[in-house]
Design a protein around this ligand. Structure first.
Ligand code: NAP
Length: 546
C-alpha cells in the first residue's frame, strides 16, 4: 500500500534501535525538544543483549566501561555486581535505564523499518515500517548496531537437521532443555567459547566443531565489593574523562612502551602479571602489538604456551592453538576455564581444518571422516557485522542513490556518522568509526553528542539539510586506509574485515587510530565552524509548518 503525505505521521526524528546507542539518542534528542519515534524489532530494549541470552553470555568489557556516563542519576543509582557483567544483569541495566529515563514511551517495539527514502524537495525522510505506517522525519538516526544481523553458516543441509537448532544470537526466551543431550557447537569465536565453557560443565555430550581456533585470555571475573562500588561512584567524573582520552575509550590503562624497548626478562614478567591479573590487561602492556609482527609473535607464543600448560592431552592442545594470524588481529576473547573444559570427558573437539565439514544431515554433522550424531545444533557462527543491519532495508538518498550502491565497494562515510548524498541521516557506532575496536558506550555517547551539535547548529541557522562534503568524507576514508595499511589486523580473516561473509567487500573499514584520535577528529568539525559539512537552508513552507 502506498501512502500519501497526508496519511504520514510527521515527526522531527526517527531513531532505529533500542540498543545502548539508540536509547541514548532517544534520551538526548527528546531533551533537545525534538519529537521522536524510535523503532525496534525486538519486544523490548537491550539490543544485542535482548537477543543474545545463550548459556554463559557475558560482556568481556569491564562493567564500569560498559555503562553510560551521560547521566549522573543512572550511574549513581545503578550498582554492578561483577567486574564483567553477565547478560541478565546487562539486560536489567538496559531496563533500568529505560524506566529511569522514561524512554519506552518513544518506542515502537516489534516493528522493523522497511525503507527510508530522502525527499530532497521537502527535506525529509519517508520511513516505512513493518506495521504498514509511513513516518516523515527531518532526521533519521540509525543506531542499528555493529553486531545485530546474525549469519548462518554456508554449509549444505542446515534445514534438513531434525533435532533442535539454536542460534546464539537468537536464543529462545524459554530456556531449552539441554540436559543429557548430544550437543554440537559450530563456531569458536567469543559467543561459541562462552557457550562451550558453560555447557561443557553440564550434563551433556558436547561436540565442538572448530574451524579457526581463537586466542583467548583469562577473564578472572570477580564480584565488585562494597568498597569498590563506593570508590567508583565517588570517582565517576574523572573515570569518564579518562576514558575519553584513552585509545580504547575505556578505563583500562594502555602502555606507551614498545615491546622491544623492554628487557626480555621484564617483558616475560609483564606478560605473566597480565595473565594472572586477567581481562584485557594483556592488550595494554605493550604499545606496538598491532604494528610489530616480531613482538606479536612472541606474545602469541606466550599464550600458546599457556594452552599447552592447561590442556592435559598435548595433541589436543596443539589443535586448540591458534596459528597463522597475529594475536589480537581477530577480536580477542576472554574466558573462564575455556581450555580446562577440554580436560573433561564429555567434551570432544572436532578439528574442521583436519576433518572438514561436508554437510549437515538429518541426524547431525557429517565431516569427511563420518557423521557426528546430534540432538541439538548450536550455531555461534557470527554476524554480517558493521554494515549488515544498515543494508538489510532500503535506504535511498539524494538523486535516488541507494546506500547499497554507495557502499558497493565497502562502507564510506565521515566518522561512520554522516554520508555525502544522504542528508540528515546519521549513524551511531557506524562502520567507519572505531566501532568494534573501542568501548561502544563511549563511542555511542560521542556520536550522539556530535549529531546533537550538528542539529543545534542547523536550528540556530535555520538550515533544513546537512551532509558532509565529499572532500571531507574522502579525506576521512583515506586516513582509515593509511592507518589500516600499517596494522597487522589485515592479516587475519575476520568479521572486522568482512571476510566472514561471502561476497562482502573486504578490508578494514574501521578507524584503527584509537578512540581518543577519533573524538579529536569529531571535535575538530565544530571547532572549525562545521566547514566540512554542507548545509542547505530549510524550505519556507516546512519551516513555517513546524
Ligand atoms: P565470530 O567471532 O565471527 O565467530 C564465528 C565463528 O563461527 C568462528 O569460529 C567461525 O570460524 C565459525 N564459523 C562460521 N561459519 C562457519 C562454517 N561454515 N564452518 C565452520 N565454522 C564456521 O562470531 P561471535 O562469536 O558471535 O562473535 C562476534 C563478535 O561479537 C565478537 O568478536 C565480539 O565483538 C562480540 N561478542 C562479544 C562477547 C563478549 O563481550 N563476551 C560475546 C559474544 C560476542 P572461522 O573463524 O573459521 O570463520
Amino acid at each position: 500500500m502506498d501512502h500519501t503525505s497526508a496519511q504520514a505521521e510527521r515527526v522531527d526524528m526517527v531513531i532505529v534501535g533500542a540498543g545502548f546507542g539508540g536509547m541514548y539518542a532517544t534520551w538526548k534528542f527528546r531533551e533537545m525538544g525534538l519529537s521522536i519515534v524510535s523503532i525496534e524489532e525486538g519486544k523490548d530494549v537491550g539490543g544485542v543483549w535482548y537477543w543474545n541470552r545463550y548459556p554463559g553470555a557475558r560482556c568481556d568489557l569491564l562493567s564500569v566501561d560498559y555503562s553510560y556516563g551521560f547521566s549522573e542519576e543512572v550511574q549513581q543509582e545503578w550498582t554492578w555486581s561483577e567486574q564483567f557483567a553477565a547478560q541478565p544483569e546487562i539486560l536489567a541495566y538496559a531496563n533500568f535505564v529505560a524506566d529511569r529515563l522514561d524512554l519506552r514511551k518513544h518506542y515502537r517495539f516489534e516493528t522493523r523499518v522497511e525503507s527510508a527514502k530522502w525527499d530532497d524537495k521537502r527535506q525529509l525522510w519517508r520511513v516505512r515500517t513493518s506495521d504498514g505506517k509511513l513516518l516523515e522525519a527531518t532526521y533519521c538516526v540509525m543506531s542499528t548496531g555493529p553486531l545485530s544481523k546474525p549469519t548462518d553458516p554456508d554449509i549444505p543441509g542446515l534445514s534438513r537437521f531434525k533435532g533442535l537448532t539454536l542460534r546464539a544470537a537468537r536464543w529462545p526466551h524459554e530456556e531449552p532443555d539441554l540436559k543429557g543431550k548430544r550437543i554440537g557447537v559450530l563456531g569458536t569465536g567469543s559467543s561459541g567459547m562462552q557457550i562451550i565453557q558453560t555447557l561443557g560443565r553440564t550434563e551433556c555430550e558436547l561436540f565442538v566443531f572448530q574451524r579457526t581456533p581463537s586466542f583467548t585470555l583469562p577473564m578472572r571475573n570477580r564480584k565488585v565489593s562494597d568498597r569498590d562500588v563506593a570508590e567508583l561512584k565517588a570517582n565517576y567524573a574523572s573515570i569518564r574523562a579518562a576514558c575519553k582520552m584513552n585509545p580504547t575509550g575505556g578505563a583500562r590503562p594502555v602502555s606507551t612502551r614498545p615491546f622491544f624497548s623492554i628487557p626480555a626478562d621484564h617483558r616475560q614478567e609483564l606478560m605473566e602479571q597480565a595473565w594472572q591479573h586477567g581481562g584485557h590487561t594483556f592488550l595494554g602492556i605493550f604499545s606496538d602489538l598491532m604494528v610489530n609482527q616480531a613482538a606479536n609473535d612472541q606474545v602469541a607464543d606466550f599464550v600458546r604456551d599457556r594452552i599447552h600448560d592447561t590442556v592435559n592431552d598435548k595433541a589436543l592442545a596443539e589443535k586448540l592453538k591458534p596459528r597463522g594470524y597475529p594475536i589480537f588481529a581477530r577480536r580477542p576473547c576472554l574466558d573462564t576455564g575455556y581450555y580446562e573444559t577440554y580436560n573433561r570427558e564429555n567434551v570432544h573437539l572436532v578439528d574442521c581444518l583436519e576433518d572438514p565439514i561436508v554437510e549437515i544431515t538429518e541426524n547431525g554433522i557429517r565431516t569427511q571422516s563420518g557423521e557426528h550424531e546430534l540432538d541439538v545444533l548450536i550455531l555461534a557462527t557470527g554476524y554480517d557485522a558493521l554494515t549488515g543491519a544498515l543494508l538489510a532495508f532500503e535506504i535511498t538518498g539524494k538523486d535516488g542513490v541507494a546506500l547499497k550502491d554507495k557502499w558497493e565497494g565497502g562502507p564510506r562515510s565521515l566518522f561512520g556518522i554522516m554520508m555525502a548524498g544522504f542528508p540528515n541521516l546519521f549513524m551511531t557506532t557506524g562502520p567507519n568509526g572505531p566501532a568494534a575496536l573501542a568501548n561502544i558506550f563511549t563511542i555511542s555517547e560521542n556520536d550522539v553528542d556530535f549529531i546533537a551539535g550538528v542539529i543545534a547548529q542547523m536550528q540556530a541557522q535555520g538550515q533544513g539539510a546537512v551532509e558532509p562534503s565529499l572532500a571531507a568524507e574522502d579525506a576521512w576514508m583515506a586516513q582509515i586506509q593509511t592507518l589500516a595499511s600499517r596494522s597487522l589486523m589485515l592479516k587475519a580473516k575476520t568479521w572486522w574485515t568482512g571476510s566472514n561473509v561471502k561476497g562482502k567487500p573486504q578490508g578494514m573499514s574501521m578507524f584503527t587510530g584509537g578512540f581518543h584520535k577519533y573524538r579529536e577528529a569529531c571535535e575538530s568539525v565544530s571547532a572549525n565552524g562545521y566547514r566540512d559539512l554542507v548545509f542547505e537552508p530549510a524550505p519556507a513552507l516546512e519551516t513555517a509548518a513546524r
